[in-house]
Design a protein around this ligand. Structure first.
Ligand code: HEM
Length: 457
């Protein structure tokens, strides 16, 4: 797709590895490659739920207490603005990055696409994506090739978004796009770039790669818009975006807004869903009895066939497995905000401009809220136990008005994926145990970690 590096990437302080990117600043806290979350957990255990830190001249308030999450995300949300430095090349100025009245105005015309009443319409398209994935896995089972599971699940999630929300066959090579965006989001690559720049050297190869990655990424939405419609459906998310663009009373919603919204869905709506499914398959490889229960539920509900819409609602144990996976491996392990005005949280003074890092991972693994937090136990999410949970101790989709628009859809996607793929295949985990985490903006596995071989059942 892209021939040359995007020149604006060069020396841009707002790239992910730029000096002012909080994800870059946090890397010293995550440097233990064997257990990167360990230091954060120990810090929270020793110093409490609100910890003031100064990381490379930036004041950071590190929060792990559910009450403090509520304060920043819900009760006093007006004071805390979205932080997106370094991610603009991925998300442009899509709604996920903006605040205030404009955010509300941009979100409103898209909301209907995520109402559960729409999901029945999406259901056959999600199944079609799963049929394509099963075809690919039949080939993988024959070749015996080992695959990186996040790439497998990312390509599945991207296909689902294209078919269900945009009424398009995926017009790009998802493996290529996946590789390109990963090249950008790997903060450690940027660290290498930056230290070379600080050493007074010129642009190096990794910087070029980041530029190329973002140029390739920028071309993806137009390729989707330009592709043939599959079923000429009215009222898809893409037609909603195009209607907003055509509305003369909504001049802010120009073509670039459509492109950026699509970037947002093709990344925020795919990587998180893909990480959940990949981590889930890893956890199932270590807990085969849970995998058998998923298979048994799918057989009991829909025999050997594909689940119809009503049957899909009955995969309740499977849904609990997905929820427990997101507790152990929350794809968005921390939410970031910038304080607009001064405040006080848990006895810690907040100054205007402070960066708030709310670590959902720490709450999800805190024994105060979860007994034996490191044990994979889907029954924690049975409906009768949900009521007893401490509020805001489980936040895979965030909280408050800026919480995830697509959380329910992702659970439908992953529930169908588990029911369909596990009845046909045995994904054999061939990576290291325990699997290494390498947190960037998301909770990604270490390079080459989630390796699987696919076998037919
Ligand atoms: C397991 C899957 C998913 C997880 C864990 C997840 C997680 C999140 C979280 C934590 C936020 C809020 C971040 C913050 O407050 O700073 C968020 C926002 C968002 N998510 Fe998701 N997400 C998932 C799937 C999806 C899907 C399937 C879509 C759409 C296809 C989607 C689209 C969005 C959008 C557009 C926002 C921004 C909402 C706004 O700012 O108004 N997500 N997601």
């Amino acid at each position: 797709m892209a021939a040359n590096p995007a020149p604006q990437m060069m020396n841009d302080p707002h790239t992910l590895g730029g000096q002012d990117s909080v994800w870059f600043k946090l890397t010293p806290l995550l440097k233990d490659t064997e257990d990167p979350m360990g230091m954060l957990m120990r810090m929270a255990g020793k110093y409490g739920g609100a910890i003031p830190l100064t990381m490379q001249d930036q004041r950071i308030v590190f929060l792990t207490n559910p009450e403090h999450f509520k304060h920043v995300l819900v009760s006093n949300a007006e004071n805390y603005i979205k932080y997106f430095k370094g991610l603009k090349p991925i998300f442009g100025r899509s709604m996920i990055t903006i605040d205030g009245a404009l955010w509300q105005k941009i979100r409103t015309p898209q909301q209907a696409a995520f109402h559960p009443a729409k999901f029945e319409e999406y259901h056959p398209y999600l199944l079609a994506s799963l049929r394509s994935k099963a075809d690919r896995w039949n080939g993988l089972a024959e070749s015996g090739e080992a695959v990186e599971m996040v790439e497998e699940t990312w390509t599945l999630a991207a296909d689902m978004v294209c078919r269900a929300l945009f009424d398009r066959e995926m017009p790009f090579n998802p493996h290529f796009v996946f590789g390109m965006v990963k090249a950008y989001t790997n903060v450690n690559n940027h660290k290498i770039i930056r230290s070379k720049q600080m050493g007074g050297r010129y642009v190096d190869l990794s910087e070029e790669k980041a530029g190329q990655a973002m140029q390739a990424w920028g071309a993806v939405p137009e390729s989707v818009i330009g592709a043939d419609q599959v079923d000429h459906r009215m009222g898809t998310l893409l037609t909603m975006l195009q209607d907003a663009e055509a509305d003369p009373e909504f001049p802010e919603f120009d073509h670039q807004q459509v492109v950026d919204e699509m970037k947002q869905y093709l990344w925020a709506g795919t990587e998180t869903t893909a990480l959940t499914l990949a981590w889930c398959l890893y956890l199932l490889s270590q807990n085969p009895e849970v995998k058998e229960k998923i298979r048994a539920e799918a057989h009991a509900v829909c025999g050997d066939g594909e689940p119809d819409w009503e049957q899909a609602q009955q995969l309740t144990y499977t849904k609990m497995v997905i929820q427990e996976t997101m507790r152990i491996y929350p794809p968005i392990w921390s939410f970031i905000r910038t304080a607009a005005a001064g405040d006080e949280i848990g006895g810690v003074k907040v100054e205007p401009g402070d960066t708030m890092v709310m670590c959902a991972y720490a709450a999800h693994h805190n024994p105060e809220f979860w007994s034996d937090p490191e044990i994979f136990r889907p029954e924690r999410f049975s409906p009768d136990r949900m009521k007893k949970r401490i509020k805001y101790s489980y936040l895979p989709f965030g909280a408050g008005r800026r919480s995830c628009i697509g959380g329910a859809l992702s659970q439908l996607e992953n529930g169908l994926a588990l029911a369909q793929l596990l009845r046909k295949f045995e994904p054999e985990y061939v990576g290291e145990v325990p699997a290494r985490i390498s947190p960037t903006v998301t909770l990604t596995p270490g390079a080459d970690t989630l390796k699987f071989r696919i076998h037919k059942l």
